[in-house]
Each structure stands twice: as structure tokens, then as C-alpha cells.
Design a protein around this ligand. Structure first.
Ligand code: ATP
Ligand code: MG
Length: 256
């Protein structure tokens, strides 16, 4: 089973939502475990998972499907959302605010008590198979004001807020994921926490759990801790010289 370390009541909330056929919205900063959580829940609930990474030119037809010209005739090809609706899978739309608004509109009848997907081109209205569930995620920090979820979308979901876990739990995750020692993991987490505090001093984002895991993997592969942290917790967090100096200073003060 894929490793996921629960950090509060998220497993229970998700299971209750699933049992009641309710869609789920996951929000939280980059690299805090949202995608890992969905993969874990799909496995735990024994449901197939279909993931779609949303970007600005993703159109509704990319999700629902379209007619394609194949060998001289036109045939309908289901998109990932339609496949999920037919098979009762979990459909996970990552970074959903990036998608065009017609994509969110397609989700509306699927995420209320109708649970239907109108396929106008086919002249059909599919009723979602049992087990079908929409899960969306986004990072509230990045998006501009124009890229907020509409109330009518947001209020169709049960929400689970994610954040970086407490030091002990994060250290446990870093050890498990990278194979590094408790001592190294502890120092990396201290650096992570310190970098997050630099947000109030102009750093766009502090180090994610993902980045701490990267650092742990480099150390585990034989790289000295200081070098590993420079390649991740400094280099991957900023291009700004002054901020690099502040991060290097943080590394020095934690690692000595
Ligand atoms: N609670 C957790 N249990 C296990 N691993 C975790 C957990 N939180 C974070 N991780 C580790 O952090 C990495 C990044 O997590 P994940 O890919 O789920 O982030 P995310 O929240 O989906 O980020 P993004 O918004 O950038 O897509 C995982 O690959 C895993 O190694
Ligand atoms: Mg993700």
C-alpha cells in the first residue's frame, strides 16, 4: 500500500464524503501531500483513480470526449471524466482553477445531487456509476484574484485544508520517503520551518515537504548535508541574490 501519513482527520472526512457520494476539494500549499493523499484514498477504498492535470487550455471536450476521424469514419472517444463516470472511478482534477470556466461548468451537474453528465454531442445524459467521485485540488496561495473558484463551484464540495505537518510528523515523512536518518530528517525539517518563516520577508513559498524529501534523498545518496541543502532549500526556492543569502544564513545557523 502506498505510504501516506495522516496529519489530522482527513482520512475520516474523505471516507465520509465518499460514503455519501459527495465531491471533495483539497487545498493547500505545494508539496504538502494532496496528490499522495488522493492516491492513498483511492487504494484504501479500492477505487480506480483517473487524474487530470488542468492547465489553461484544457477544454471541456478534453474531459468529456469528442468525435475523432479514424480510418475514414468518425468515432466517439470518451475523455477521462466520461470514463470515470461510466466506470465509477475517482476523477482527480489537479490545479483545477487553471482550467477554463467551461470545464468547471461541466462538473456542476456531476457534483450536485443529479450526478449526471450531459454529452450534448452524443445526445446522451450519463448517470454516474456508483463510486464515481470528483476530487479537485488547488493551491490558494498562487492564484490571482481572477483565478478564484466561483462560489457556485466551491459550495458543491466538501473541503479538506492541507498544510505542512508539525515537526515530528514531517520528520517521520522525510525519513520514510528518503531513507535518511532521524538526525538528518530533524535538521531538514528545522530548515523547512525556518524557510517558511522567510515568507514574511519576501520569499514566495517556503520549502515544501517534497523539497525536504529531495534533500534527504541527496544525502542518502552520499552528498554532504550542506551541499544537499544548497541544491534544494536554497537553489530551488529563489533566484534572488539577497534571498539566497538569507537562506544560506539559515542553513549555516541550523547546521552549524
Ligand atoms: N502526509 C504525507 N505522507 C506521505 N508522504 C508525504 C506526505 N506529505 C508529503 N509527502 C511527501 O511529499 C511529496 C509531495 O507530496 P504531493 O505530491 O502529494 O504534494 P501536493 O500537495 O500534491 O503538491 P502540489 O500542489 O505541488 O501538486 C510526496 O511525494 C511525499 O514524498
Ligand atoms: Mg499534487
Amino acid at each position: 500500500m502506498i505510504y501516506y501519513r495522516p496529519t489530522k482527520n482527513e482520512v475520516q472526512v474523505f471516507e465520509t464524503a465518499t460514503a455519501n457520494s459527495l465531491p471533495v476539494l483539497l487545498k493547500g500549499p505545494t508539496g504538502c501531500g494532496k496528490t499522495r493523499f488522493v492516491r492513498f484514498m483511492a487504494e484504501k477504498l479500492g477505487r480506480p483513480l483517473i487524474t487530470v492535470a488542468c492547465q489553461e487550455d484544457l477544454a471541456a471536450a478534453d474531459l468529456t470526449g469528442r468525435f475523432m476521424l479514424e480510418g475514414g469514419s468518425t468515432v466517439w472517444r470518451d475523455g477521462p471524466l466520461t470514463t470515470a463516470v461510466r466506470t465509477g472511478a475517482i476523477c482527480y482534477l489537479d490545479e483545477v482553477v487553471e482550467a477554463r470556466s467551461d470545464v468547471l461548468t461541466v462538473l456542476h451537474p456531476l457534483t450536485d445531487d443529479r450526478r449526471t453528465l450531459p454529452l450534448e454531442r452524443l445526445g446522451e445524459e450519463l448517470v454516474a456509476a456508483p463510486g464515481f467521485q470528483v476530487v479537485i485540488s488547488y493551491n490558494p496561495g498562487y492564484q490571482s484574484v481572477t483565478k478564484e473558484l466561483k462560489e457556485s463551484t466551491r459550495q458543491r464540495f466538501v473541503s479538506i485544508a492541507f498544510d505542512y505537518p508539525g515537526e515530528d510528523v514531517e520528520s517521520e515523512i522525510v525519513q520514510k520517503e528518503s531513507g535518511c536518518s532521524p538526525d538528518v530528517a530533524g535538521q531538514l525539517v528545522k530548515l523547512g520551518v525556518g524557510s517558511r518563516k522567510l515568507r514574511s520577508h519576501g520569499l514566495a513559498e517556503g520549502a515544501s515537504t517534497r523539497l525536504l524529501v529531495y534533500a534527504g534523498k541527496l544525502v542518502q545518496a552520499g552528498m554532504p548535508l550542506k551541499e544537499a541543502t544548497h541544491a534544494t532549500l536554497v537553489g530551488s526556492l529563489t533566484d534572488d541574490e539577497e534571498m539566497s543569502r538569507a537562506l544560506s544564513e539559515l542553513v549555516r545557523s541550523v547546521l552549524g
